[in-house]
Design a protein around this ligand. Structure first.
Ligand code: PEP
Length: 253
């Protein structure tokens, strides 16, 4: 199975609007000749989505949001719905990023609802999961991850066409310390097996599983060479067009 790689840049709560627009333009300029070979996704803050998706309209690049509401619409001051994100021109949304889980106490039930809203609005979902350091060190990471994967139960094979997974060990996010390629491959293969057993063998073969956690130009080629690593979710290194471009280029070797 030849899954096209996906490299996504999560800009988190960084950049002013002007900086975010410039970053998207720079990324596009550096990588426009590569977009046939690899899917490239820019995930800016909400306030930049409309402008950035406008810049990337009629290009093969994708725009995504970092979060969405678990509600369809209503009196939820400060929330942003999946259909608002879609109407702003985005085609992807992150669900379950560890910073949302940890700092905003998002539960598996809420995440399941968010995925539902996103799929109903026509968005593709990148579902993030991964274990904290103490669980990795105690050795129970597969059980922990299994629990997180249960959030994805109940979606049809067709809905899975719009679901991407992102394994992001919490101990590797923003720490400069990445999982090594064998550690990442082990979890990715484990997740693909889970999809095969719980959804279908075909879905398991088609679903992209990204790795995230301190991906940098120096370690990207190594991680992306593994058979079950289908791309990267990049935080810090996506804030500079040149380092993000180097990671995209590393996915092509
Ligand atoms: C992320 O934000 O999803 C992430 C992986 O961050 P970093 O690359 O900075 O570890």
């Amino acid at each position: 199975m030849n899954r096209k790689k996906l490299i996504a840049g999560n800009h988190k709560m960084y950049t002013t609007l002007a900086e975010g627009i410039q970053l998207a333009k720079d990324v596009h300029n550096l990588l426009k000749s590569k977009a046939e070979q690899v899917d490239i996704l820019i995930i800016p803050p909400f306030t930049h989505l409309f402008a950035v998706s406008g810049i990337l309209k009629n290009t093969p690049f994708f725009t995504g949001a970092q979060n969405c509401s678990s509600e369809k619409e209503g009196a939820y001051t400060g929330e942003i719905s999946a259909s608002m994100i879609h109407s702003a021109g985005a085609s992807f949304v992150l669900v379950g990023h560890s910073e949302r889980r940890n700092y905003f106490n998002e539960t598996e039930e809420q995440l399941h609802q968010k995925i539902k809203q996103a799929l109903n609005a026509g968005l593709q979902v990148i579902f993030c999961f991964g274990e904290p350091l103490e669980i990795r060190e105690a050795g129970g990471y597969k059980t922990y991850i299994l629990n997180q994967l249960h959030t994805l139960k109940g979606f049809s094979g067709e809905e899975w066409n719009a679901i991407t997974l992102a394994y992001e060990p919490v101990w590797a996010i923003g720490t400069g310390k990445n999982a090594d390629k064998e550690q990442a491959q082990e979890v990715h293969a484990f997740c693909r097996q889970w999809i095969s057993e719980n959804i279908s063998a075909e879905t398991a073969q088609n679903t992209r599983i990204l790795y995230g956690g301190s991906v940098k130009p120096e370690n990207a080629a190594d991680l992306l060479s593994m058979p079950d690593i289908d791309g990267a979710l990049v935080g810090g290194a996506s804030l500079q067009a040149s380092s993000f471009a180097a990671i995209v280029n590393a996915s092509l070797v």
